[in-house]
Ligand binder design. Structure first.
Ligand code: PLP
Length: 350
């Protein structure tokens, strides 16, 4: 594999732990978890791995400002802000105002950066949004339908102001970011003998999948390493056909970047979109139940948006005997736990 520029700051390899009490609930498959919520960098998460490569590329390009975009409670934005602080970049975050219920008080707060725009900015800065500010990021607000245009505009402004911006896409999911999960899959296979897996190779890897970089990297890593299990993405916000296509394309372009010749067929990408519920960021009863089960049976904290939904899907599939009784299943914890404390989730979780 071609070596890409990389700054090693994530806490790797992440631990693999057994989930015996949760496994016992379903009387069959053995469940494990890979703790990518513990990758370090401002509470950790899957974006640490991607940022090792993205920040290295930004540095190599002589950039001085990292720009990225996401939802109000974006973990990716929080971790990008932290990486920017750590490596001496300015950071501009473009946040969309949908996905979080906000009350608009009579005296709504002034809109940052764009006072003329009538947007529903959150009245309180909690959790990831609070951390973005604490980490020194500049925040620009946008509504969903203008976000592409606004992102370009923000980039152009920064460029014209001589700030040497580097644009990181949503979720850090371009070939540079996705390549991190090629290495993550190889890391998992390498560590199987030194962990509770005791040499077992999981039959299944279950992950939340959204911008697709995590799944694309794992799928490509599986091809390159000859991993024989399946990588099942539980879709967070996209119909399966859209996400499958995105993952396959990204896996192929990542292969090209790494100088690997592989052919990845859309039909071999496993995505389940049965658990979209009320849409992105809307925590329903099934997410709540799954988060409570992981917390109360294993003392493990998930997040309301991604791992909450993916674990709800996993639990449903277990209850419907989707897996063989002898299967080993690795749930890849991608992080996001700070959002547990965000409005409106914290009030709904109990
Ligand atoms: C970004 C994120 C994901 C989704 O990863 P993608 O690579 O965008 O599919 C999953 N879980 C958490 C906690 C995230 O922050």
């Amino acid at each position: 594999m071609k070596q890409l520029p990389r700054i090693r700051f994530a806490q790797l390899p992440t631990a693999v732990e057994a989930l015996p009490r949760l496994s016992a609930q379903f009387g069959g498959p053995q469940l494990f978890v890979k703790r990518d919520d513990q990758t370090g960098l401002a509470f950790g998460g899957n974006k640490s791995r991607k940022l090792e490569f993205l920040v290295a590329e930004a540095q190599a390009n002589g950039a001085r400002t990292l720009i990225t975009a996401g939802a109000v409670q974006s973990n990716h934005c929080r971790q990008t802000a932290a990486a920017a602080a750590r490596f001496g970049f300015d950071c501009i975050l473009l946040l969309t105002t949908t996905g979080v219920k906000t009350k608009l008080p009579a005296s709504s707060p002034p809109h940052e950066e764009d006072p003329g725009l009538s947007l529903r900015t959150p009245e309180s800065y909690t959790s990831n949004l609070m951390l973005d500010k604490l980490l020194g990021a500049e925040i620009v607000w946008t509504e969903t339908n203008r976000r592409e245009e606004k992102l370009q505009e923000t980039f152009n402004h920064a460029w014209q102001a001589g700030r040497r911006p580097y644009l990181i896409p949503y979720g850090g999911s371009n070939p540079v970011g996705a390549s991190a999960y090629v290495y993550a899959l190889i890391e998992l296979l390498k560590q199987s003998h030194e962990t509770v897996l005791e040499g077992l190779i999981p039959d299944w890897i279950v992950i939340p999948s959204s911008s697709g970089g995590t799944q694309a990297g794992l799928v490509l890593g599986a091809h390159i390493s000859g991993y024989r299990g399946r990588v099942l993405g539980i879709s967070i916000d996209e119909p399966a056909h859209v996400l499958k296509e995105r993952v396959a394309k990204l896996a192929m372009s990542t292969a090209e970047l790494l100088g690997e010749r592989v052919s990845i067929d859309v039909e071999n990408i496993l995505v389940n979109d049965d658990y979209l519920g009320g849409g992105y960021g809307v925590m329903g009863e099934s997410e709540k139940r799954a988060i409570q089960m992981f917390a109360r049976l294993e003392g493990l904290l998930l997040d309301p948006v991604y791992t909450g939904r993916a674990s709800a899907g996993l639990i449903d599939l277990l209850e419907r005997n989707y897996f063989n009784r002898s299967d080993t299943i690795l749930f890849w914890h991608t992080g996001g736990t700070p959002a547990l404390f965000a409005d409106p989730y914290q009030a709904m979780i109990l």
